[in-house]
Design a protein around this ligand. Structure first.
Ligand SMILES: C[S@@+](CC[C@H](N)C(=O)[O-])C[C@H]1O[C@@H](n2cnc3c(N)ncnc32)[C@H](O)[C@@H]1O
Length: 277
């Protein structure tokens, strides 16, 4: 079923990503997403085959020089111990995407662990890595050519270092079991897209990517298979984005002030000139 839902510049499509017709819509500038990592009834190999299909669909939806930020756990223990980060990177490449880099996201609020395996013994220790990755890909060419960016010099310096630290999202706050925090799409969108790029999330969940789009003034599209999540995403979008935008503006203003104290860089000069226009 395709049920388009529009809020301001944001569009939610209630559909399976594999039912989205990609034959005439290569307009997406940036895809930011975290796919489902639960393989109910799937073998791991089936899951990887399915992943290749949606990654290919997204590849066709992407504009020339379009980009993909893929947020996934490094390891999973499903159908055996698997290096999901590496396996999905391979699937994305098999679907046509070209690899650029990997950002490590260290979640600051990982809950206390108890599953030690064999505690203080080498027999069967469990290693838990409280990090996920955001793997960055592109279509055809990495250089996007000319366009307008809205990232501040301080943000650029901070975020172009590929180790990011911020809290994960609480399921109860957003009514979704596996949402990523707003900080994740915010950084990806500002760092990797121009202001008029269309952003897409094929697994929209609670709508986080579209809230970031609305607060950053980007047109966005999201696809979600579960009607309850679609309704929740629409509700969140209407409720949250203005508050988020206001907080971010305050933060950027604070950073710009800090940066002014240093010798203004060329990037800062360009940024201030753009703000005055
Ligand atoms: C990991 S969650 C995404 C959470 C999202 N990033 C957020 O912040 O809320 C994956 C989502 O993909 C949806 N989904 C699963 N299979 C799908 C499919 N074939 N097409 C579209 N959405 C699907 C699930 O219902 C789930 O909400």
């Amino acid at each position: 079923m395709h049920l388009p839902l529009q809020y301001a510049q944001q569009r939610i499509i209630h559909s399976d990503i594999l039912d989205i017709d990609a034959s005439h819509d290569a307009t997406i500038g940036l895809i930011v997403t975290s796919p489902p990592c639960i393989f109910d009834g799937f073998s791991y190999d089936d899951y990887l085959e399915w992943s290749k299909k949606w990654l290919k669909r997204c590849y066709y939806l992407a504009a020339p020089r379009g980009r993909l930020c893929l947020n996934i756990p490094i390891d999973v223990n499903l159908d055996g111990y698997r290096c999901l980060g590496s396996d999905l990177t391979g699937m994305a490449q098999a679907a046509g995407w070209q690899y650029r880099s990997t950002i490590i996201w260290q979640e600051d609020n990982i809950s206390k662990r108890t599953a030690w395996g064999s505690f203080a013994s080498a027999s069967t220790p469990n290693i838990i890595t409280p990090s996920q990755v955001i793997v960055v890909f592109f279509k055809d060419e990495w250089n996007k050519g000319k366009g307008i960016s809205d990232i501040s010099p301080v943000e650029f310096k901070k975020w172009s270092l590929g180790i990011w630290q911020f809290n994960g999202e609480h399921p109860s706050r957003v009514d979704h079991p596996s949402a990523f925090p707003l900080e994740l799409p915010r950084r990806c969108i500002r760092l990797f897209s121009y202001v008029d790029d269309v952003i897409f999330d094929p697994f929209l969940g609670s709508g986080t990517t579209l809230i970031a789009c609305q607060a950053l003034g980007r047109p966005g599209k999201g696809c979600e298979i579960d009607l309850q999540h679609v309704k929740n995403a629409m509700h969140r979008l209407q409720k949250e984005w203005q508050v988020v935008q206001w907080n971010w503006q305050k933060e950027v203003a604070k950073w710009a002030e800090i940066d002014q104290k240093d010798k203004p860089s060329d990037l800062m000069t360009a940024y201030l000139e753009r703000k005055q226009k």
